[in-house]
Design a binder for this molecule. Structure first.
Ligand code: HEM
Length: 517
C-alpha cells in the first residue's frame, strides 16, 4: 500500500471517529435536556456505547433484568440508537390501548435502507391509508377465517408430509432436525397459500424462496446490529447490506415471473372450483380500478415477502420451543398424549377440527408462547410527544414493549419461569381461564402476538398450524434427546430469543399408534 493511501485511510479514520464523537456528544446533550422534562429513568451510560456494556447475549432478558432495577419504563441507548423499553402489563396497556393511536406506527428498523421495496413495506408502513387498506384486506380476505378454511387441505397435507419425514427417520434410527424440518414445513405451508408453490424435488420455486428468505433474515439480523452505528451504518462496513440487496433482487426476479404466470391465468379466467391463492387475491385488487388504494406490483411482492419474514420463522421457532419444553417435561408430554388418545384415538392423526376438544393441547401452545414469544420485543413508534406512566416520551421515539418480560412478571404469573400448561386450563387455581386469556392481546399480561390494530394478523393461522403439527408429533412419537439427558433450553443471541441450539432428537414410533403411516 502506498504511503499516500495509508495517509488517506488515516484521515478517513480520524474523520469517522471525530464525527462519531460529535454525534454522540450532541445526542447526550439532547437527552440530558429531556431529563429536565421527566424522561424515563435510565441506567448510567458510557460515552459513545451508551448502555451496550450492560447488554448480555439475549436482549429481551437483559432488558428484563434492567427493568427490575429501573422500573417498567426506561430509556436505553445502544450506541447511536435510543429507545424506550416498556416491561409490565400496566405500561403495555397504556401503549397498546389507552394511547393506541399515538403508538400505532412502527419505525423503520434494522436493515430498512437496503430493502428494495422500501416504500411498499406493510410491516413498517406508517399508520396511513396504505397500511389501513392492506390491514383490512388481510383481516377480511387474505388471512380471514373463511379464507384460512379454504387452505385447510394444504396445511393437512404439509402436516402429513412432516409426520412421514419423522417416520422415515424413526425407521432408520436417525436424528431428526426439528429446526430445519419445522422451517421447511412452515415455509411450504405459507408458500403454497401465498403462490401455490412448495419445496420439493420437482418444484424449485418454493425451495429458492425458502433459501432467499433464510439469507435475508440472517443478513437483516446482522445488519440490525448496525443500528448502533447510527448515521455510519450506511457505510456498510461488513458488505452485508450489498448482499441483502442482492438476495432481494433475486427474490424480485423469481416472484416477478410467478406474478406474470398468475396474471396470465387471471386473464384467461378462473373456472368454477378453482382456488385463488393470496397472490391471485392481491392481483385482483391490483387490477381493480375502483379499489380505495391502487396497489403496485412492488406492493404485492413486498407484502408477500413480509408474510414470509413475519410468518415462517416465528411459527417454526414456537413449535421448536413447544417440543423442547414437552420433551423436558415428561408429565406434560404424557398428559397431552393421553388427551389426544382419548379424543382422537390411535387410528388417525390429530387434525385441526379436533383442537376445540383438546384443551390441554391449547394450554400447551399458549404456555409455550408465554415463555418463548417468537417476537419478544414488539416495536412501535411514538407519533406525538406524550407521557407514559408519568414519563415524557418525545415524538418519533422508538418504543419496545418487552413481551418477554411482561409474560414473566411475578405479579401477574405464579412461578413465572416454569413451564406449566395447567395455568391455562379453565380449572386452574390461577384462574387464568382461556376465556380471559385471548391470544389477540386484549389481556395485557399476555402478548405473544402484540395487541390492538397493529397486532399480528397471522395469529389465527399460526395457531392452526402449531396445534395440529405439535399435536401430531406428540401423538405419534416418543422423542429421545441426542446425547441423552435434557434438551438445552438456552436462548440464542439477539432480539429473537430463539433456541440457541438446533433441536436434534431421535424419534421413536409410539407403539400404541396404528400403522397408519
Ligand atoms: C407463532 C407465530 C407468530 C408470532 C409469535 C407472531 C408475533 C407477532 C408480533 C408480536 C407482531 C407485532 C404486533 C404488534 O405490533 O402489536 C407481529 C406482526 C405481524 N405478523 Fe406475526 N407472529 C406470528 C406468526 C405470523 C404469521 C403466520 C403471519 C402471516 C403469515 C404473521 C404476519 C405478521 C405481520 C404481517 C405483522 C405486521 C403487522 C403490522 O405491522 O400491521 N405473523 N407478529
Amino acid at each position: 500500500m502506498a504511503v499516500n493511501d495509508i495517509f488517506y485511510y488515516f484521515l478517513f479514520l480520524v474523520w469517522i471517529i471525530t464525527a462519531f464523537l460529535v454525534h454522540s456528544f450532541i445526542r447526550s446533550y439532547l437527552s440530558s435536556s429531556h431529563s429536565e422534562i421527566n424522561a424515563p429513568p435510565s441506567p448510567p451510560a458510557l460515552p459513545i456505547v451508551g448502555h451496550l456494556h450492560l447488554m448480555g447475549k439475549v436482549l429481551p432478558r437483559s432488558f428484563q433484568t434492567l427493568a427490575q432495577k429501573y422500573g417498567p419504563i426506561m430509556k436505553i441507548r445502544l450506541g447511536a440508537s435510543t429507545c424506550v423499553v416498556a416491561s409490565n402489563a400496566a405500561v403495555a396497556k397504556e401503549i397498546f390501548k389507552t394511547q393506541e393511536l399515538n403508538f400505532v406506527s412502527r419505525p423503520e428498523f434494522g436493515a430498512s435502507e437496503y430493502f428494495i421495496y422500501r416504500g411498499s413495506r406493510f410491516v413498517t408502513a406508517p399508520y396511513g391509508d396504505y397500511w389501513r387498506f392492506m390491514k383490512k384486506l388481510c383481516m377480511t380476505r387474505l388471512l380471514s377465517a373463511p379464507q384460512l378454511d379454504k387452505f385447510s387441505d394444504i396445511r393437512e397435507e404439509e402436516k402429513v408430509k412432516l409426520v412421514e419425514s419423522v417416520m422415515s427417520c424413526a425407521r432408520e434410527g436417525k436424528l431428526f432436525d426439528l429446526r430445519s424440518e419445522f422451517t421447511a414445513f412452515t415455509n411450504n405451508t405459507v408458500c403454497r397459500m401465498a403462490m401455490s408453490t412448495r419445496c420439493s424435488g420437482n418444484d424449485n420455486d418454493a425451495h429458492q424462496i425458502n433459501g432467499i428468505v433464510k439469507t435475508c433474515l440472517m443478513l437483516a439480523g446482522k445488519l440490525s446490529v448496525g443500528d448502533i452505528l447510527g448515521p455510519f451504518r450506511f457505510l456498510d462496513f461488513s458488505g452485508n447490506g450489498k448482499k441483502l440487496m442482492g438476495a432481494l433482487k433475486q427474490y424480485d426476479q423469481l416472484v416477478e415471473r410467478i406474478l406474470m404466470e398468475h396474471q396470465e391465468k387471471a386473464t384467461k379466467g378462473f373456472h368454477q372450483g378453482d382456488r385463488k391463492d393470496l397472490m391471485d387475491i392481491l392481483l385482483e385488487t391490483y387490477n381493480d380500478p375502483t379499489a380505495e388504494v391502487r396497489l403496485s406490483k412492488n406492493d404485492i411482492k413486498s407484502f408477500l415477502l413480509d408474510l414470509f419474514f413475519a410468518g415462517t420463522d416465528t411459527t417454526s421457532s414456537a413449535m421448536q420451543w413447544a417440543m423442547a419444553e414437552l420433551i423436558n417435561n415428561p408429565n406434560a408430554f404424557m398428559k397431552l398424549r393421553e388427551e389426544i388418545n382419548s379424543v382422537v384415538g390411535a387410528e388417525r392423526l390429530v387434525k385441526e377440527s379436533d383442537v376445540q376438544n383438546l384443551p390441554y393441547l391449547r394450554a400447551t401452545i399458549r404456555e409455550t408462547l408465554r415463555l418463548h414469544p417468537s417476537a419478544p420485543l414488539v416495536i412501535r413508534e411514538c407519533d406525538e410527544d406524550c407521557k407514559v406512566n408519568g414519563s415524557f416520551i418525545g415524538a418519533k421515539t422508538r418504543v419496545l414493549v418487552n413481551a418477554y418480560a411482561v409474560m414473566r412478571e411475578p405479579d401477574s404469573w405464579a412461578n413465572p419461569d416454569e413451564f406449566l400448561p395447567e395455568r391455562f386450563m379453565e380449572t386452574s387455581e390461577q384462574k387464568i381461564g382461556e376465556h380471559q386469556m385471548e391470544f389477540k392481546g386484549q389481556n395485557f399480561r399476555y402478548l405473544p402476538f402484540g395487541s390492538g390494530r397493529r397486532g399480528c394478523p397471522g395469529a389465527s393461522l399460526a395457531m392452526l398450524v402449531m396445534h395440529a403439527a405439535v399435536g401430531a408429533l406428540v401423538q405419534c412419537f416418543d422423542w429421545k434427546v441426542k446425547d441423552g439427558g435434557k434438551v438445552d433450553l438456552s436462548e440464542g443471541p439477539g432480539f429473537g430469543a430463539e433456541m440457541a441450539q438446533p433441536l436434534l432428537c431421535y424419534p421413536v414410533k409410539n407403539k400404541h399408534m396404528s400403522n397408519l403411516l
